[in-house]
Ligand binder design. Structure first.
Ligand SMILES: Nc1nc2c(c(=O)[nH]1)N[C@H]1C(S)=C(S)[C@@H](COP(=O)(O)OP(=O)(O)OC[C@H]3O[C@@H](n4cnc5c(N)ncnc54)[C@H](O)[C@@H]3O)O[C@H]1N2
Ligand code: MOO
Ligand SMILES: [Mg+2]
Length: 604
């Protein structure tokens, strides 16, 4: 079944300014994913501005694969409500009855539905429907139209065979065998254990929006760190920039008597100084009070030593100039000035700048616990046991957290046992705000993570993501406790850590939102790659050839094969296969997330 791409456009000044306030957009996305297994969703938020709404809609209409667009918001009577006015000029045909069906259904719930002015119609080959802005309203409106949508698309496509089949179904003339379920809803119910995941397969962008909306970000950087002013001058004294001789610039070049020695760490010296005298001085040492310049040792000659072997006379071969090779007091940073010229959440930057002005403060970092689940797991170092495998995830995630500057508590392996899993989660959340587990999130009857979370009254925001690897990635929260259930397959855990858990932890630590995800670059593929049904995050190593970056896929990409992370500089983002495109070709350019600072493996 080919994927259908839906667009979900939230139109609201408020949500545009604070995306975490957008409830109706994510609700629509989740309903689409639940109703259509082959759905892909692009989502965006724009303010109530006619031109911005039109520009976003036009872009989606021009994308061949976007077949249905739902807008939510801006349909009412308020002065800023302009969604219908923005939509109408883009429609080639209006579909007023579709809106009538929505309105009739909505009026059964509330007469306020009469105050919505939304329109429906076709622009290019895309069906556009304006829904109101409330979460409840979009759920109801979607419920009204969802069964009509596949047939509407067949009609827009002029897909005669499927149109006839639907007409036959409606008229009851089709045989049972010939019936196809054009709109495959997930069952979510059934006798005994449900055989279908009740969790919609959400697009990555939606999961990211959810994570940033749910995880609480510390404001300590804004409230405290960025406002820190320096209690000292740097340098706190006039400091020599060179190893050489400190003197008066009013004297000339030529021979000078060496009257003293100043090393870094010595207190500034008040001894009188004549124009034909100098002090030997080291880089970083304080200039004697009466000196105003330094001549580097390379521009001098030693003339004589005294009886103790100490330098007594030197020849200064350049003309001394005022301030030559001197850093004045406060040259680098003045007392009371802000110590951060710009905000930079890197712990390296924060901690070292604080230290440079004498402030010893450790940054509050989110507390994280790691736990591997699986009765099959052996700790590295243990003897092999039939049926068991070694736990690589705990080591990998601990190293990744350290690499990115975060610490963790690493706990024991949990066996696949529901009461034990629940007990451990409760216990861990007494100590930390993030728990990252691996394993136990897919469909097996021993996959207890989601059940444990539900029984502990966590809200599961995401139980599946439309990606490969990492589909069953689970994100849940309760109060300020956040839980990432990464899939057990080692590569799935590796990819989902980088794409979801790391940005969440950086966000909690107070990082800017744009800095939380890994940096993205463009790379050209070195070889063809067959596209998957899900968007895929392929591990690849990068070669730089004449300034262009090429990505070579690291062997078999099955999610159990940890060898694919060896030499992995980037995760190349490949789109899902579509009816038009089934492979990514060598030479094509794709975005890629940078996994490591030293991300170029080879130069050719
Ligand atoms: N019926 C279905 N089965 C599966 C689905 C599905 O949609 N329907 N999804 C598959 C996908 S995709 C993934 S990914 C995995 C994820 O499974 P779980 O998160 O439930 O993980 P487990 O079943 O516990 O283990 C999977 C695999 O990984 C090995 N593993 C687990 N932990 C570790 C560790 N710490 N170190 C090394 N290896 C580990 C484990 O032994 C299994 O081989 O589910 C698919 N199934
Ligand atoms: O998502 Mo799984 O991670 O495909 O193997
Ligand atoms: Mg499993």
């Amino acid at each position: 079944m080919d994927p259908i791409t839906f667009g979900v456009l939230t139109i609201s000044d408020t949500c545009y300014n604070d995306r975490s306030k957008d409830r109706s957009g994510p609700r629509l996305v989740s309903q689409i994913m639940q109703a259509f297994r082959n759905a892909q969703v692009v989502a965006s938020v724009v303010p109530d501005e006619n031109s911005l709404i039109q520009s976003e809609l036009r872009q989606w209409i021009n994308r061949e694969e976007v077949r249905i667009i739902f807008t939510t918001g801006g349909t009412g009577l308020a002065p800023r409500d302009v969604t219908p006015e923005a939509t109408k000029p883009l429609l080639d045909k209006e579909c007023p009855q579709l809106m009538t069906a929505i309105t009739l259904a909505s009026l059964k719930k509330t007469t306020f539905a009469a105050l919505s002015r939304g329109v429906c119609g076709i622009g290019g080959n895309t069906l556009i429907l304006n829904f109101p802005g409330s979460e409840k309203a979009v759920a109801e409106c979607f419920g009204t139209v969802k069964d009509l949508l596949p047939h509407a698309l067949h009609l827009i496509n002029d897909d005669v065979a499927l149109v006839q089949r639907t007409h036959a179904q409606v008229q009851g003339t089709e045989t049972v065998e010939a019936q196809i379920h054009v709109c495959p809803h997930q069952t979510g119910v059934g006798d005994g254990r449900d055989r279908h995941s009740p969790f919609p397969m959400l697009p990555i962008s939606v999961v990211m929006d959810i994570i940033f909306g749910v995880v609480q970000r510390t404001t300590c950087l804004e409230d405290d760190i960025w406002k820190t002013t320096s209690p000292v001058n740097i340098p706190p004294f006039r400091a020599s920039i060179k190893d050489g001789y400190a003197m008066k610039s009013t004297g000339f070049s030529g021979s000078k008597r060496v009257v003293g020695f100043v090393a870094a760490g010595d207190a500034p010296c008040a001894q009188p100084l004549q124009e034909d005298e100098c002090f030997k001085i080291n880089t970083g040492a304080p200039l004697p009070d009466q000196a105003d310049c330094v001549v580097q040792v390379e521009d001098t000659l030693l003339v004589s030593r005294d009886k103790h072997g100490e330098e007594s006379l030197v020849e200064i071969m350049v003309e001394p100039k005022p301030e030559l090779d001197v850093r004045p007091i406060g040259h680098d940073l003045r007392i009371h000035d802000s110590i951060f010229p710009i905000t930079d959440s890197s712990p390296v930057v924060i901690q070292s700048l604080l230290s440079s002005v004498g402030i010893s403060k450790s940054l509050p970092k989110p507390k994280v616990a790691l736990v591997s689940t699986g009765s099959e797991l052996l700790a590295p170092g243990e003897l092999p046991v039939p049926g068991k495998v070694y736990d690589s995830n705990a080591t990998m995630l601990e190293e990744l957290l350290l690499y990115f500057g975060f610490n963790c508590i690493r706990t024991v392996v949990l066996s696949d046992n529901l009461p034990e899993t629940k007990r451990s989660l409760v216990h861990l959340f007494e100590k930390v705000e993030f728990v990252i587990s691996t394993g136990g999130v897919s469909m097996g009857d021993k996959d207890f993570i989601k059940t444990a979370l539900e029984e502990l009254n966590f809200k599961i925001h995401c139980g599946r993501v439309n990606m490969k690897p990492g589909k069953p990635m689970t994100f849940a929260s309760k109060d300020n406790m956040c839980f990432f259930g990464l899939p057990g397959n080692p590569v799935s855990a590796f990819v989902t850590f980088h794409l979801f858990a790391l940005p969440a932890i950086r966000w909690a630590a107070g990082w800017e939102r744009t800095k939380c995800p890994l940096a993205t670059i463009q790379v050209k593929l070195s070889q063809d790659h067959i596209l998957d049904r899900r968007p895929e995050y392929v591990r690849a190593s990068v070669t730089s050839k004449n300034g262009q970056l090429y990505a070579s896929v690291n062997g078999n990409q099955i999610s159990s094969r940890l060898q694919s992370i060896a030499g992995a500089d980037v995760l190349v983002h490949l789109p899902a296969r579509s009816s038009e495109c089934f492979k990514a070709s060598a030479g094509e350019s794709y975005p890629a997330s940078v996994l490591r600072y030293d991300f170029i493996s080879k130069y050719e």
